[in-house]
Design a protein around this ligand. Structure first.
Ligand code: CU
Ligand code: ZN
Length: 202
């Protein structure tokens, strides 16, 4: 037993050299392998209307803002939205919308494009008849920097084949308050958090 151990210790460095890789490289590769993200929706799949979706919000650089937005079929039709955000610096009303592009890559989140507006209407509040499909109004943030929003909308769909599908769109939290009437964005100011809506199965 002792002799085998000895042999192994002698041979181990030789084996690494023979592979041509340094020891740290060899060790680093295995844990670095990314876990594949769960994908619920396949082309022609049946998850469609009954699927769920989630967007994880990450704040702009230098902020601690985080959030989670869940989308699920509402029992009476439409999409039920539950949003939780935290890490803001104080109380206030912050514009909250679905934007047309699920791209949070630019530091100012302008990469997410304008409000999701599949039928070409005007900006409005969540209770207005005329409004963008992505117009969710404001999230009310408390003194502790957290807040939530719960809403049901019939203007969005969880079916990826529908023109008003929320899958793959962006979710934006704004620095300011959506006045629910200024065109085309409610004058809600800069973008302080962004996430992409991703389908997932139960
Ligand atoms: Cu917005
Ligand atoms: Zn809008």
């Amino acid at each position: 037993m002792n002799r085998l151990k000895w042999l192994a210790l002698m041979l181990l460095p030789m084996g690494l050299v023979a592979c041509g890789g340094g020891q740290t490289e060899e060790v680093a590769q295995e844990p670095a392998a990314p876990e594949p993200a769960p994908v619920a929706v396949e082309p022609g799949g049946s998850t469609g209307e009954t699927g769920q979706a989630i967007a994880r919000l990450v704040g702009a650089a230098g902020t601690e803002i985080r959030g989670e937005v869940a989308f699920e079929p509402a029992p009476g039709g439409g999409v039920h939205i539950s949003a939780f955000v935290s890490g803001l610096e104080g109380a206030g009303e912050h514009g909250f919308h679905i934007h047309e592009t699920g791209d949070c890559s630019s530091p100012d989140f302008k990469s997410a494009g304008g409000h999701f507006n599949p039928v070409g209407t005007i900006h409005g509040g969540p209770d207005d008849e005329e409004r963008h499909a992505g117009d969710l109004g404001n999230i009310s943030i408390g003194d502790n920097g957290s807040g939530e929003l719960h809403a049901i909308t019939t203007l969005l769909s969880l079916d990826p084949n529908e023109a008003n599908s929320v899958i793959g769109k962006g979710v934006i939290l704004h620095a300011g308050t959506d006045d629910l009437e200024s065109q085309p964005t409610g004058a809600a100011g800069g973008r302080i958090a962004c996430g992409v809506v991703e389908a997932h199965s139960l």
